[in-house]
Design a protein around this ligand. Sequence first.
Ligand code: 13P
Length: 249
Amino acid sequence: MRRKLIAGNWKMNASLAANTALLAGIKAELSQQPACDVAVCVPAPYFAQCQTELAGSAMAWGGQDMSEHESGAYTGEVSAAMLLDFGCRYVIVGHSERRTYHAENDQLVARKALRALRSGLIPIVCVGETLNEREAGDTDKIVGQQIDTVLAAIDAADLADIVVAYEPVWAIGTGKTATPQMAQDVHAMLRRKLMKKNAVAASQVKILYGGSMKPDNAKELLSMADIDGGLIGGAALKAPDFLAIIRAA
Ligand code: 13P
């Protein structure tokens, strides 16, 4: 039985004051030993705040992106070592918003995942198809290519240290959710791909669902065989909603 992970992705929504209120609200209700792993992925300027406010809590924190490079002349970039300096455990790579607005392709995402693994961070590798791709019947092909490129870049032995997140682009921030069966079908396809890389590790890899996961649909999604948690956008910004999803896990 895989332990579930509920991870919030705050995206570009945060302020010192709002974060303190949100984190306090979550911490107040979160038991010291929640039944699932819990994390928040925050904008880089707030890593220090998370380190101060979440140290010793049951919640981990992480980034939403990182550089493929180790260090050097890359203005504006944030390195894996910098995330680690502030106690980050996770980093999202290949979110569809990075792919769309920052032209990140499968190869770059794979290099970032590899850099994260080599640095000791757990990459949350995002994959997902657009509405056009789904309607054209290309979901498995597109999502399959996205994960295959990452799998080709990493060592089989490292597979146990990644998290995969299936986020259908058409479900992000739209209120449209994949049905539990639609999501499960893609998760099962992803698991088969992971199995080919390393069968033992693949059975332990968490595959999260993301895309309008809310308190009222979380339980059904999280009850599917290959859905091992959620990557939560909008609902992670409200303590009661985030807590309700954690309880559903
Ligand atoms: P929403 O939960 O707001 O749809 O966002 C999902 C997402 O993109 C998480 O990374």
